[in-house]
Design a protein around this ligand. Sequence first.
Ligand code: PSU
Ligand code: MN
Length: 301
Amino acid sequence: MNKYLDVSPEVAEALRLGKPVVALESTIISHGMPYPQNVETALKVEAVIRENGAVPATVAIIGGRLKAGLSADEIEYLGKKGRDVIKASRRDLPVLVARGADGATTVTTTMMIAAMAGIRVFATGGIGGVHRGAETTMDISADLEELAKTQVMVICAGAKSILDLGLTLEYLETKGVTVIGYGTDELPAFYTRRSGLKVDYRMDTPQEIADAFRVKMEAGLEGGMLVTNPVPVEYSMDPEVIDAAISQALSEAAEKGIRGKEITPFLLARIKDITGGDSLNSNIQLVLNNARLAAAVAACL
Ligand code: PSU
Ligand code: MN
């Protein structure tokens, strides 16, 4: 076992007994939602995973330790610190550990730590991808590279159209990452169920998803898989409202010259402010929906 890794006793026991375990990220807590809804949601997501027969393993870096499985106090701590916690991607991990610092794990670092712990299924809200204008900024999320490299399935609600979704799919294709639509042929766009873009494969049961991933593991193929699960109809947003909010947030970011790792948290916070509670509620509901599917897939695996 990696000497920098702490697997919580509950998660370690579940892994030892071959019980289903679902990893969860912590940037969604610190940078993705405001306090206290972030902490409430993180705890609710854990509860939903338990209700569906799996053990949750929220991932973070705390005091320089790579953690798979957090206590409620640790979740509260990260949620309260919010954007003061360092958003930790692959490049940040060794420095934060060496310094004994805290870090909120993105999709990238959550996949890394989940793989170290032996967890194969991870649920979140949305992934990073190829940003609009990436042909000049070269802003492409490390999440896509991690999906190409690390054998963890990521279950999300697609990606927000703060990204160029078409280029994101092209990039995933190049990197050999299978994109699955759960009950849909179309890539969901986080707040909305449709993007007009096709996924690689539609699957209608958790078992089908687990079967494809099992082949990947047994054949020793590197990399993850991306399962996209549309937001439930009753919580999906009006595309015009959300597109207007995204456009406004993007132009504010350009005006302020925001770039690098700051851009995604900035856009997430602005979209939430512009659309008020609606987008936050839809965000919370889609994460819970992904947690339910992840628990079911983990049980099939
Ligand atoms: N997109 C969302 N919600 C999020 C994120 C992205 O809709 O919370 C977070 C995730 O942690 C993701 C990270 O891994 O942002 C991507 O950041 P970047 O674009 O800087 O790679
Ligand atoms: Mn980036």
